[in-house]
Design a protein around this ligand. Structure first.
Ligand SMILES: [Zn+2]
Length: 377
């Protein structure tokens, strides 16, 4: 990369899959990387040091939520997002575009940007490429995302083309507004829905503008895994090989494995933390619903091989009890376990790519989770 303070070193490839390191002034990000989501300057139910203990190198923060509450200006006055939330590692912020577009009925989109009403108090706001860059700068984000329109799914070819072209004009404005900020990276976002030629056009425009990394947007929006993988069969290859590739909003463990196999380097999703709060645990053997009565008297941990605090110290029976009783520790333990599981999965993928054994790793991954859970006692 042009900026020596922010660069991507590719260490090994295995088929289309890649492993490497994104170097940032706030520390390295090992790829493929999974980024836990800290929507409102917190990964819900977790202390930042606990998130780091799961193996996460980088967090994601949400521009939309932070601009409304406590506001980017207040975060800046308090020393920036890292200091505010007590996380010293790298932070990626989204552009806010995805959330404002989801405010059906409360928003008005024009060439300039999106006017919308806050879901909190109805106050009126504007998000544009320029305003999004300003907010992400005030937050002190290490990886800034270009402002784009996430094309809804399904879209006709005409809709997908118009939406992608708007996103490309906004990508140019984002690049101009971002300026030159050593040690901070700006990622462009590819759109084009499920149309290969639109994806190619989008990639070409983004390469021409020039970004420090590239995201594949407009996926994980209801198209289903098969359609998503179809796009990922060719989309990562349209992007420069020497820059990180980020698949936004993905996903379930098998989505992540499939995306990494197809050449994705970074992902984020609320799933491990949100599921933790609703009693779902991801394990090597599949998804465990801890509220299920079968766990009420089970003295075994969620996963005997897992080294997270929930598995080392607590039985399924206890986790079942505290979930049913609505105790706060239920969210804490299940979120920790889920984030730990996701980071172990990423470490396994990185190791297998480096060793050239990704195919057998993936085969074991699928075979092991096929039963859905260990047999009941
Ligand atoms: Zn565990």
């Amino acid at each position: 990369m042009s900026d020596p303070a922010f660069r991507f070193d590719l260490a090994a490839t295995c088929g289309a899959a890649r492993t490497g390191t994104i170097h940032t002034p706030r520390g390295p990000i090992r790829t493929p990387a999974f980024m836990p989501v800290g929507t409102a300057a917190t990964v819900k139910a977790m202390l930042p040091e606990s998130v780091a203990a799961t193996g996460a190198d980088i967090l994601l923060g949400n521009t939309y939520h932070l601009m409304l509450r406590p506001t980017a200006e207040r975060v800046a006055a308090l020393g920036g997002l890292h200091r505010f939330m007590n996380w010293s590692g790298p932070i990626l912020t989204d552009s806010g575009g995805f959330q404002v577009m989801s405010l059906t009925g409360l928003r008005k989109m024009t060439e300039e940007g999106v006017r919308f009403a806050s879901h909190i108090d109805g106050s009126r706001h504007m998000l544009s490429p320029e305003r999004s860059m300003e907010i992400q700068r005030l937050l002190g984000s290490d990886i800034v995302m270009a402002f784009d329109e996430c094309t809804p799914y399904p879209a006709t070819r005409e809709q997908a083309q118009a939406s992608m072209e708007l996103s490309m004009r906004w990508a140019r404005r984002s690049r101009d507004a971002f300026g030159d900020r050593p040690g901070h990276a700006l990622f462009g976002i590819m759109q084009g829905s499920t149309f290969p030629d639109l994806r190619a056009q989008s990639a070409e425009t983004l390469r021409e503008i020039g970004f420090d990394g590239y995201a594949i947007g407009g996926l994980a929006v209801g198209e289903g895994q098969a359609a998503m993988f179809e796009v990922l069969d060719y989309a990562p290859g349209l992007l420069p090989a020497d820059r990180p590739r980020y698949l936004m909003g993905v996903g379930k463990p098998d989505d992540i494995v499939g995306a990494v196999q197809r050449g994705v380097d970074m992902m984020d999703c609320v799933l491990p933390s949100r599921s933790g709060r609703t009693g779902q645990a991801f394990t090597r053997h599949g998804v465990v619903n801890i509220k299920n009565a079968r766990h009420a008297e089970d003295p075994r941990p969620l996963d005997e091989a897992c080294t997270c605090p929930a598995c080392r110290g607590y039985s399924r029976a206890y986790l079942h009890h505290v979930f049913r009783a609505g105790e706060i520790i239920s969210s804490m333990l299940l979120t920790w376990h889920n984030l730990h599981y996701y980071q172990e999965l990423m470490a396994g993928l990185r190791g297998a790519i480096a060793a050239g054994t990704l195919d057998s790793f993936v085969a074991d991954f699928h075979a092991m989770r096929a039963p859905g859970d260990i047999p009941p006692l």
